[in-house]
Design a binder for this molecule. Structure first.
Ligand code: GLN
Length: 538
């Protein structure tokens, strides 16, 4: 078993997660099996309770774990199926240690950061190694070297490396080499200092991934090598990508990162065959078709709040050899200006998941516009609840129809809590979460898109379509084309006769990858192309 630890220096947002994921891609393409794990030093038990403003998207796994969005990159870039063992927070570590303490498991000892917290962190690495049976465990440490809360994690991996021996472990440090405009130069000092900080803790990185806007020349590479005590070949340039994040694996392959990693870890493998990946990049850079779609949300100004949704839309484009321009709309703006004015000129409208009342009326207007004008519509989770509310208000003429999340007193609660959810008082991990089966209706649009009748999708929500209104909704033409296999919960709704109007209670965006675009997104982009250009993609 081999271990790679990825740390970050100088500043946050360097794309450590993408780097770890891209290394994962390359190692898999060399025939190795891998798994990737993220350590987050904050004290929340998981990000499920955090606002998108704090954290960006919460990424949900098959087993229902609510995790960091970097796990989304790991799954999109590789073939690994992650579980809750793949994301560890300080909150979880402390929770485990404190539970053990209350149980008397420490037999009267003083419980301390070293060794008890650090041991628990190491346990998690070993647990994942055993559970995944992968050849290589890649562990990414969240935060930046020098953060106080990250120290126990660094100490833990230092000790762990000692335990598993030098040929089995690699430290990779992602650092920043800023370009200073006034001097017209790239500067290596921040990198030197961040490596010095790591060495102070007892970790000497083997490989430096240098994030930069301009290429590193031979002289700079030599300088970084000398001052940071790594061989020249281990100074890897990772420039800002021009077109797409999916270029990163190819860029790192050109820098021979995967070859170096295998050599250092004594792994004999053939080179990575990246043909499939190159084809994806070609479709992203020079697509044969183009389309513009709108995403109507509440956290539109945040880059990370709908990460998996934006990626999945792009995958839908890859599947159609179609470049997608994503235009982001603030739902509140639609409330002020009206849907027609804001949403004209789009090939399709997508409403992603969300919580809380702000912007909901704007989203309802967007769904109505899409339904009435025949604009392709894809609703995800809240986007399905919105579609249902809109249909109830404007087709069933129940003008006060709403979700009890937003109007607990609504006379027509078409979206409401199930009995079981009503009793729930704790917030963490208590929604309908994770992979669940869904039965599709034969001949429905959903059935055509998936090409099967039984599907499995990931969930993260509390409210459901209220069964008391099913008959009325269906009576007026809304088709409930997907339900839980026992038929009790609605999972997919669609409007027949419309070119493409489909919405699901689950989150398909958590299972789409560039090499395996999700059928709903593939269908959405194809329909958007037809709507925008009046002709199908041939
Ligand atoms: N707020 C809604 C619910 O809890 C939708 C959640 C979501 O879109 N993820 O049911």
């Amino acid at each position: 078993m081999k271990y790679i630890f990825v740390t970050g220096g100088v500043v946050s947002s360097l794309g450590k997660g993408l780097t770890a994921a891209s290394l994962g891609t390359l190692l898999e393409k060399r025939g190795l099996s891998i798994t990737i794990q993220k350590f987050d030093p904050y004290l929340n038990v998981d990000p499920g309770t955090m606002s998108p403003y704090q954290h960006g998207e919460v990424y949900v796994l098959d087993d229902g774990a609510e995790t960091d969005l970097d796990l989304g990159h790991y799954e999109r870039f590789t073939n690994v199926k992650l579980t809750r063992l793949n994301n560890l927070t300080s909150g979880q570590v402390y929770q485990t240690v404190l539970d053990k303490e209350r149980n008397g498991d420490y037999l009267g000892k003083t419980v301390q950061v070293i060794p008890h917290i650090t041991d628990e962190i190491q346990n998690r690495i070993t647990q994942l190694a055993e559970h995944s049976k992968a050849d290589i465990v890649i562990t990414e440490l969240g935060g930046t070297t020098g953060d106080i809360e990250g120290l126990p994690f660094l100490e833990a991996i230092r000790e762990f490396a000692l335990e598993v021996g030098p040929t089995n472990v690699l430290f990779m440090h992602v650092t920043y080499v800023p370009f200073i405009k006034a001097a017209g130069e790239l500067k290596t000092k921040p990198t030197q200092q961040s490596v010095a900080k790591l060495r102070e803790i007892g970790i000497a990185p083997h490989i430096l991934i240098c994030r930069c806007e301009k290429p590193l020349d031979a002289e700079l590479r030599q300088k970084i090598s000398l001052f940071c005590n790594v061989p020249r070949e281990a100074v890897i340039e990772e420039m800002d990508v021009e077109h797409s994040i999916y270029e990163v694996p190819l860029m790192l392959q050109r820098e021979r990162l995967d070859e170096l990693v295998c050599r250092y870890l004594h792994l004999e493998t053939p080179p990575a065959d990246m043909t499939e990946w190159q084809d994806i990049i070609r479709k992203l850079i020079a697509p044969r078709h183009r389309v513009r779609v709108g995403v109507v949300g509440k956290y539109i100004e945040l880059q990370d709040a709908y990460k998996s949704v934006y990626e999945s839309v792009i995958h839908g484009g890859i599947a159609n050899d179609c470049g997608v321009e994503i235009v982001k709309f603030d739902a509140e703006q639609i409330e002020q200006l009206g849907a027609e004015k804001v949403l004209g000129g789009l090939g399709g409208i997508l409403i992603p998941g969300g919580f809380g009342e702000r912007g909901v009326e704007g989203k309802i207007l967007a769904a109505q516009y899409a339904r009435e004008k025949g604009v392709p519509y894809l609703g995800l989770c809240l986007g399905m609840q919105i579609a249902t509310i809109e249909f109830a208000r404007n087709v069933l003429k129940l003008d006060k129809a709403h979700s009890t999340e937003f109007d607990p007193e609504s006379p027509h609660p078409v979206i409401a809590l199930q009995e079981g959810q009503k009793k729930v008082s704790k917030k963490g991990g208590t929604m309908r979460l994770g992979l669940q089966a869904c039965q599709l209706k034969e001949g429905s649009l959903a059935n055509q898109l998936y090409g099967s009748l039984l599907i499995h999708e990931r969930h993260r929500h509390r409210y459901e379509l209220n069964n008391c209104y099913r008959e009325q909704l269906e009576g007026k033409g809304l088709v409930i084309s997907g339900t839980t296999p026992d038929g009790t919960l609605a999972e997919v709704v669609e409007v027949p006769g419309h070119p493409f109007y489909i919405a699901c209670q689950y989150h398909p965006e958590f299972q789409s990858k560039p090499i395996r675009p999700h059928p709903l997104f593939k269908g959405f982009i194809a329909a958007a192309h037809v709507y925008m250009h009046q002709k199908p993609i041939s």
